[in-house]
Design a protein around this ligand. Structure first.
Ligand code: FAD
Ligand code: NAP
Length: 339
């Protein structure tokens, strides 16, 4: 047995909200074998198992009565290269942003808009991570997951993952699939996505008219660093709510009473509203009660000023949800995974 299992471990360093809860048992898996060991250990004792990566999309509301298994597997490899399209595979425990940097250093484009997203490679498909007009589904080439029900390995292609806006099959079948490694189809020739408002503008401010993928990555890192709190300094889980997708009728009604509402028409006729705008309009920006609050620059981000509990953060989120529904008739869905 190589898996090192500890009991009563504080999860504070393992969730970006910095919430203080304990794991009954805790271990880190560096390989497929250690993952299987953890599953066997739990099966023998009829103990639940909770897999985590970087803990940057979690809201922990109580001690976790389970074996918490943190994915710590490492490895990045080139699987194929036809001179233009390159398929790269990374282990689940690889940290996302250094992995993106590695691809850029190899001269590969595709992941630059997803720079500086916290977390691990293995969690990225869970909610089809997205930013600045690109989602993981746009560069996805497959993944390998372990079926926790049968112990079998299964490869998933793009269609099988059922990726949607901050959503996937894995989110719907939570607890069934343990993602071991993910493959990405990247390009030796840059196909850049600059259409997302601030990106082109930031590059222009820097005097860059013919950007490379690395230029785009640097621009996005600088925009993000200005707007988003660093979890190392102020606990948070990024956007706490998804942007709500509403009917064109409801969007028009909101626009009639609030002409400044920020919305983006979707191909299916519905409209994606900026949840951050709704929350700010309702006066929550900068709100603080005890140590739970709404960030002063970005109202989509709930923050922990130090000693907030998961339940306090959840209560604040629910107050915001009720208020937004009463004011605008819009239901906000939470993005982080609640335990
Ligand atoms: P965790 O929080 O550890 O886990 C998330 C979920 O995935 C849990 O349900 C967990 O059980 C499950 N899980 C984790 N690893 C595995 C695995 N190997 N197999 C199966 N299930 C697994 N998200 C975006 O989409 N776009 C952004 O721009 C963005 N910006 C952010 C900025 C900040 C400051 C923060 C704090 C968060 C941001 N996020 C963003 C959210 C978060 O970074 C992503 O969702 C990220 O992919 C979570 O990775 P993680 O390893 O931390 O996952
Ligand atoms: P922003 O640029 O202030 O824009 C506000 C919202 O409007 C965003 O949520 C975005 O939706 C939407 N939007 C802006 N331009 C758009 C366009 N051209 N087409 C369609 N939708 C557009 O957003 P921000 O809060 O600073 O975040 C920047 C990017 O990073 C966003 O993509 C955001 O999703 C991502 N991000 C995500 C998290 C997270 O935890 N999930 C945290 C921080 C940042 P989308 O969100 O759909 O892109």
């Amino acid at each position: 047995m190589t898996l090192h299992i500890q009991s009563q471990v504080s999860l504070k360093p393992f969730n970006s909200f910095g919430v203080e809860v304990k794991a009954q048992l805790f271990a880190q898996a560096h390989s497929d074998d250690e993952v299987r060991e953890a599953l066997a250990y739990c099966a023998d004792r009829q103990l639940p198992l909770l897999v985590i990566g970087g803990g940057s999309n979690l809201l922990l509301t109580a001690d976790i009565q389970a074996l918490v298994l943190r994915m710590a597997s490492r490895g990045i490899r080139l699987l194929s290269d036809d001179g233009q399209r390159v398929v790269v595979e990374a282990e689940a425990g690889e940290t996302w942003h250094p992995f993106v940097q590695w691809t850029l250093e190899q001269g590969l484009s595709g992941l630059e808009n997803l720079s500086l997203i916290p977390g691990t490679v293995g969690a990225a498909p869970m909610q089809n991570i997205g930013a600045y007009g690109v989602e993981i589904k746009d560069v996805f080439a497959g993944l390998t997951a372990l079926d926790r029900q049968t112990g079998e390995l299964r490869d998933f292609d793009l269609a099988q993952c059922q990726f949607a806006y901050r959503d996937s099959l894995f989110k719907h079948q939570a607890g069934r699939w343990l993602i071991l490694r993910v493959r990405f189809a990247l390009n030796r020739v840059d196909h850049l996505h600059l259409e997302y408002g601030p990106v082109r503008q930031r590059l222009s401010e820097q005097g860059i008219e013919q950007p490379t993928a690395s230029d785009v990555s640097r621009a996005i890192c600088s925009i993000r660093s200005e707007k988003l709190p660093d979890p190392a300094e102020l606990g948070n889980a990024g956007s706490f709510f998804k942007n709500p997708v509403v009917s064109a009728l409801l969007a028009a009604q909101i626009k009639a009473s609030h002409p400044g509402v920020v919305g983006y028409p979707l191909a299916d006729g519905q409209v994606k509203l900026a949840a951050g705008w709704l929350i700010e309009q309702a006066g929550w920006k900068g709100f603080r009660e005890a140590d739970a609050g709404v960030h002063r620059l970005q109202s989509l981000v709930l923050v922990n000023y130090g000693a907030a509990t998961g339940l306090q953060l959840l209560a604040l989120a629910q107050r915001i949800q009720r208020d937004i529904f009463e004011r605008f008739g819009v239901e906000l869905e939470m993005e982080p995974n609640l335990y």
